[in-house]
Write a protein that binds this ligand. Sequence first.
Ligand SMILES: C[S@@+](CC[C@H](N)C(=O)[O-])C[C@H]1O[C@@H](n2cnc3c(N)ncnc32)[C@H](O)[C@@H]1O
Ligand code: SF4
Length: 467
Amino acid sequence: MEIKNWIEKAKTELEKLDLGQVRTSGILPSEGKFFPVIGYPPLTMYPEMDEKSILGDVQNRPVNPMIAYVHIPFCPSRCTFCHWITKTKSRADEVDDYLDHLEKEMVLYRTKLGVDKIPVESVLVGGGTPTYLSAKQMDRFLSAFTDNFDLSNCTQFSLEPEPTTILGDEGLEKLKIMKDYGVNRLSMGVQSFDDKVLARMGRVHKHADTLKALEQINKAGIENTFIDLIYGYPDQSIEQWTKTMQEAVTLDIDGFQLYRLRIKPHGDRPGNILKVYDKKAESFPEVDKIYLMKMLGLVISRENGFDEQQTRIFARKAESISHYLRDSCCHLSDVVGVGVSSWSNLRGVFSLNVGDESLEQYYQLIDEGKVSVNRGLVRTHDDEVRRRFILPLKNSFVHKQTFNLVTGETVQDYFGEKIQWLKKLGLLDEDKEKVFMTARGRFFADEVAMQFFSEKYLPFPELACAS
Ligand SMILES: C[S@@+](CC[C@H](N)C(=O)[O-])C[C@H]1O[C@@H](n2cnc3c(N)ncnc32)[C@H](O)[C@@H]1O
Ligand code: SF4
C-alpha cells in the first residue's frame, strides 16, 4: 500500500478512538507529557537504602521464581535520546576492569542468596551495548555468567546488540560465541531506517549496517531476532516513519518493539535530548502527530501479521517476545540485576544499583565486598496490590483469581469504582476471569495504568483528579 493510503487508514482508525472524549475524561497528562509505566512504584521514587537493609535477611524471605538482568555500560557513541548509564569509546582494559567487578558482583549475589548458582527462568543482557565487548571479552563474560547462574530451566537468553558492533569477522565470532553459550534471542537497536534520522539521533550505524547486521545474525544461526524502533523524534516526518514501518514488516525478523521518544529520563542521567528540547521544543512533533505515528505503527504491523503480543511489542508468534519483559511485567518474577545502575526485585524488596557514570562508586562498593545497591524500597501491602494489578493490566491482562490468591484482595473491592468508570469510558473491560484494556484503552495503556497508581507515586499531579 502507498504511504498516503497508510496515513489515511491510520487517521480513520484514530478517529474511531474519539480522542476528544479521552481528553475530557482527564486521564491524559497536560501538554502531551509522557511517562511509560515500566515498574510500580516508579524507580525514581525509591529512597536511599543500604545493602544490609536490602539483602541482609534475603535468605529468610519467601522465594519466588527469578530472572536475570545484566547491564554492560559501553557504547560506540552516546545517542542523543539515550538516558541510560553508559560510557563511550572505552579502551579494552577499561572494559576488562568492569568485567572484573561484574564477576565479583555475581559471586556476591549468589553468596547472599546462599546458592551455588542462581536459578533463572529468563535472561536479558542489555545496557549500553553488550556487543561492545570484543569476542574474547564476550567469551570471558558469558563463561562467568554461566558459572554463576543456572540456566537449566531458562526459557530464553536475550541480548541487545547495536548493528556496527556485530559486523565483520570479529562481529560474527561474537555472535557464534553467544550462540554457543545459549543466547537464543537478539533485540537490536535499529531506531530508524532513515539515515538522516539516524544521524540526528547520534547513531554510528546507517541503514546499510542494519541490513548487514541482520545477515550476520542469520549466518551465526541465532534464530529469534527483534529490532527496536523509535517514533516521535524531532523533525521526524509522518512519511519517514511510515516508510520505516513499511520496511520493518518486510524484513526477515520475528518482531519489533516500538518506543515513543521519551524526553525526560526515568533514571539518574538525563540524555542530551532534554537539552535539545529546552532549546528547540518546536522541532518535536506535537502530541496529535505522535498519536498518528503510534497508530501507523499499530495498523501497519497488524495488517502484516505482526500482532501486539504485549503492549508495544509486536511479533508473529507470542512465544518469540522477550521472556524477560513478559516474566518481569506479566508474571511479576523476581529479578537479579547486576551491573552499574541495574535494578533488582528480590523477595518483596526492590533495589537499585548505584548509577554513577564514572563507575568509581560502583567499583568502590564491590571492592569493599558489597553488592553495589544504594536505593531501595520495601513494598507495603498497598504497593504490592497495586503492582500486581497495574503491570499485568498495562502489559496483558489481570487474572482475577491469581490476583486474589497472591494479594488476599479482590479486584472488585480494591479497584471496583475505578474499573467501572474506565469501563464507561470504553477503556477497560472485564469478564468472569479477567480485567483487560479495550483496543481504545490499549492505545493509552500507560495513562490507563497510571489511574491505578497511589496518589503519592503519580508522576503528574494533575492526574490525581481524573476520577
Ligand atoms: C537499553 S536500549 C539498548 C539498545 C542498544 N544499546 C542500541 O541502542 O543499539 C533499548 C532500547 O530502548 C529504546 N530507547 C532508549 N532510549 C529511549 C528514549 N529516550 N525514548 C524512547 N526509547 C528509547 C531504544 O529503542 C533502544 O534500542
Ligand atoms: S541507545 Fe543504545 S547505543 Fe545508544 S547510547 Fe543508549 S545504550 Fe548506547
